[in-house]
Design a binder for this molecule. Structure first.
Ligand code: ADP
Ligand code: MG
Length: 392
């Protein structure tokens, strides 16, 4: 069963004496899990369609069936509940509240849904768009791309069934727009149905299906690759920024042929901090090993020598001091490696992108645990073996 079903949908606006047919008998069906792009010239009815789909506006005529429910049968109160629980909306102009923090902006829908623990859910939504570390910032302290990611976090905080985005990359440069598309691809891969309005061909091509509108009507509705094959949408000059699903039929049609980028095969990047985690881990283990080596080199004075000497020779104290310092540095660096690696792994999990550095972070963390765990284990072993010896 289709998630969204429109039949003969019509929306009229009265402008003085004339009537504008913003939507003129639209039939459309969107299945759960789809990623659909809606394109068309300015004034063709795209925004009106999004408002009706998002239950922000009621159609003049026609039928809208959402998840098996006729939307026209619902009261305003029921519509508000459907909007809040099932639908996420992302606008071109972000529409954030400037007076409050990112966290509070994301919490707004939870507040309307009367949820108790808004903080945890809002933080999780921010984490899904890679912005947990900006939770306390106000919109004015964020870049355009970050603001739009906050808006997306707000749209997904109630785990909506589908996400409507009206020109979400329209106010952003292409590099930032790419990051926003990454977030949409990641959400779609997690099962969220996405309907996105855009006038940028390279953005539309990233959807599996493109719906073209003109004068309030749908004039074309086909898989993305057919638009490229027929020449209706020009083949992108460079494929590097067109993110496609790994199984997209369009991947092979891209300019760089079989090397065309897919969503999963984006140019991989090293997650910042992965090298630091590994470096700290390696330093920690080297420092501890050095400490043990110096410790072994320290000559053990015989009881006779100890009895004669009033205090140990200076060289001996220096060596003992060096052992202690190396051990301490190693353990501190090991603790840093553990926490650093944790942070890196979390960012790799939550920030959209094709990240490298899992292995490095893991190795760094493991070395950290070895270094921190080894002295603890050896002390514990010493205590236990002494206790056993005392008993036996
Ligand atoms: P698009 O998003 O594709 O640019 P819109 O859906 O915003 O198109 O608008 C479709 C048509 O409906 C346009 O002719 C527009 O002028 C008209 N329209 C949209 N909203 C209103 C409104 N609130 N009152 C009157 N006319 C409107
Ligand atoms: Mg519009």
């Amino acid at each position: 069963m289709a998630l969204i079903q429109l039949r003969g949908l019509t929306k009229l606006y009265r402008m003085g004496d004339s009537i504008v047919r913003a939507l003129d008998g639209v039939d459309l069906s969107v299945d759960s899990g789809e990623f659909v792009a809606i394109t068309g010239p300015s004034g063709s009815g795209k925004s009106t369609m999004m408002h009706v789909l998002g239950c922000l506006d009621r159609p003049t005529a026609g039928e809208y069936v959402l998840n098996g429910q006729r939307v026209s049968d619902l009261s305003d109160r029921e519509l508000a509940i459907i909007r809040n629980r099932y639908i996420g909306f992302v606008f071109q102009t972000f529409n954030l509240i400037n007076r409050t923090t990112a966290l509070e902006n994301v919490s707004v829908p939870l507040f309307y849904a009367r949820q108790a623990n808004t903080r945890a859910a809002a933080l999780e939504a921010l984490e899904r768009v890679g912005l947990r570390h900006r939770a306390g910032h106000r919109p004015s302290e964020l870049s355009g791309g970050e603001r739009q990611r906050v808006a997306i976090a707000r749209a997904i905080v109630n785990s909506p069934v589908f996400l409507l985005a009206d020109e979400p990359t329209g106010n952003l440069d292409s590099r930032t727009g790419e990051q926003i598309m990454q977030v949409f691809h990641a959400l779609n891969a997690q099962g969220v149905t996405i309907v996105l309005v855009t006038h940028e061909p390279d953005i539309a091509l990233q959807a599996r299906r493109i719906v073209q509108m003109r004068d309030g009507k749908i004039v074309a509705d086909r898989p993305a690759e057919e638009f490229v094959r027929s020449g209706e949408i020009p083949r992108p000059a460079t494929a590097s920024h067109v993110l496609l699903a790994p199984d997209s039929p369009l991947a092979a049609a891209m300019p760089n042929g079989d090397r065309s980028p897919t969503y999963d095969a984006l140019p991989p990047r090293m997650m910042p901090g992965a090298n630091t985690a590994l470096g700290c881990g390696v330093f920690a283990i080297v420092a501890v090993l050095a400490s043990m080596c110096i410790g072994m080199l320290v000559p053990r004075p015989t009881p006779d020598q100890l009895a004669v000497a009033a205090k140990p020779p200076t060289s001996l104290s220096v060596m003992v001091l060096a052992t202690a310092i190396a051990m301490l540095l190693g353990i501190i660096s090991g603790v840093v490696a553990i926490f650093w690696a944790k942070g890196v792994m979390r960012r790799i999990r939550t920030e959209p992108g094709n990240w490298l550095g899992r292995g490095r972070a893991r190795a760094g963390g493991l070395l950290g645990w070895l270094v921190v765990g080894f002295p603890v284990l050896s002390v514990a072993y010493g205590i236990v073996s002494r206790m056993l010896a005392a008993r036996g």
